[in-house]
Design a protein around this ligand. Structure first.
Ligand SMILES: Cc1cc2nc3c(=O)[nH]c(=O)nc-3n(C[C@H](O)[C@H](O)[C@H](O)COP(=O)(O)O)c2cc1C
Length: 351
């Protein structure tokens, strides 16, 4: 690095207030625009950023945390804080997001064919509750486009892919969709995630059976994780634990969004009704994900990889998740509400 670059890095370190600046200046400005529109502009900006190596170097130096890597089987996670699925749905900017200090990233959800998703607007912010409402409907450009983008990945960090069947696929076709995604993408990814609850449980078991057979036949063992909805019951988690044993599922992500709105305190029922349906992310998940992680750790044993997710907003939340038994954590809403500086803050808290 040149002296000027070093000076700027030091200045940023000294400033410490980068998160306060984000929350008091940048966030109010960003939040004036439609959530998905501004997301598209940030992705476009990251595409420009990609062509300026000195800026990349600076950003990396600023955001790269001092952390002990977490080793799990043959995967080396640079640190324990990852980015959840849904932010880089189109696998458009994972290399750039990696510069912000994440220990791992998850792209998708990806389906075999392109999916347009639900009509706009479909993402809503609830700043009073540090929450988001989303009903995107798994919009993504489809397997072929995603595969081409994953082939361009640079660096050895852990990149997971969240996969799902085409919306119209049922029965055997749904199983074939998941198998196709696994077969085509496995050389490019660190792990796969399947959303438990996005297809009915009987079909999910057929899918897991099909994947288990394929992995044994081909001797391909890219880890499989099941992502659980926040509203899952203890009975549902017992079923998941049985599946992990029966079908050699390697880990779980607990949890995704909730459909329950009782944790939202800053909005009247009429305001929430006006927004309409959608899963609740962020603080609105309440303690559900933490309880799920505690339950899973207590009942699934030590060998299951548990990624704590859902409602982790502050560094203290991250600490609690790990204390409850998670090996790793993932964030989404916190990244939106606290800004990119939150990744480093969390890592400092949990190391
Ligand atoms: C706008 C938006 C889009 C999302 N898209 C996906 C998705 O495509 N696949 C998925 O598995 N989860 C998706 N999620 C869920 C997140 O990955 C995450 O599980 C959820 O937001 C809870 O984490 P958080 O409380 O840290 O936000 C999405 C969430 C939001 C807010």
């Amino acid at each position: 690095m040149t002296k000027i670059q070093i000076d700027i890095v030091l200045l940023c370190h000294e400033t410490k207030n980068i998160m306060i600046m984000y929350k008091s200046i940048l966030r109010p400005w960003l939040f004036r625009m439609d959530a998905e529109k501004i997301h598209g502009q940030i992705v476009a900006l990251l595409h420009v950023y990609r062509h300026f190596p000195p800026v990349k170097c600076l950003l990396r130096a600023f955001y790269r945390p001092k952390a002990t890597p977490f080793q799990w089987r043959n995967l080396t996670f640079a640190n324990r804080v990852g980015l959840s699925a849904g932010f880089d749905k189109e696998a458009n900017c994972f290399d750039e997001l990696n510069d912000l200090g994440f220990g791992f990233l998850e792209v998708g959800t990806v389906t075999p064919e392109k999916v347009a998703g639900n009509p706009f607007p479909r993402i809503f912010r609830l700043p009073e509750d540090h929450a988001l409402v989303s009903r995107t409907g798994f919009n993504n450009p489809g397997l072929d486009v995603i595969k081409r983008r994953l082939e361009q990945k640079s660096g050895s960090y852990v990149l997971g892919v969240n996969i799902n069947k085409n919306p119209s696929s049922e029965g055997e076709q749904a199983v074939a969709d998941f198998l196709r995604l696994y077969k085509e993408l496995h050389p490019h990814v660190g792990y796969f995630t399947l959303n438990w609850g996005s297809v009915d449980v009987a079909l999910m078991k057929q899918v897991l059976q099909g994947l288990a057979a394929f992995r044994v036949e081909q001797n391909i063992h890219v880890p499989l994780l099941l992502k659980l909805p926040a509203d899952i019951t203890e009975e549902g988690m017992n079923d998941v634990i049985d599946c992990t044993r029966l079908y050699r599922v390697d880990g779980v992500i607990a949890t995704g969004p909730t459909m329950e709105r009782s944790y939202l305190k800053g909005y009247s029922p009429a305001q929430l009704q006006k927004i309409g349906s959608g899963g609740i992310s962020g603080r609105g998940i309440g303690e559900r994900s933490l309880k799920a992680v505690s339950y899973l750790r207590a009942h699934a044993g030590k060998s299951l990889l548990i990624v704590g997710a859902g409602g982790i907003i502050t560094p203290a939340d991250a600490r609690r998740m790990l204390d409850a038994g998670a090996n790793l954590i993932q964030i989404y809403s916190s990244f939106i509400y606290e800004g990119p500086g939150i990744v480093k803050k969390m890592i400092q808290e949990i190391k």
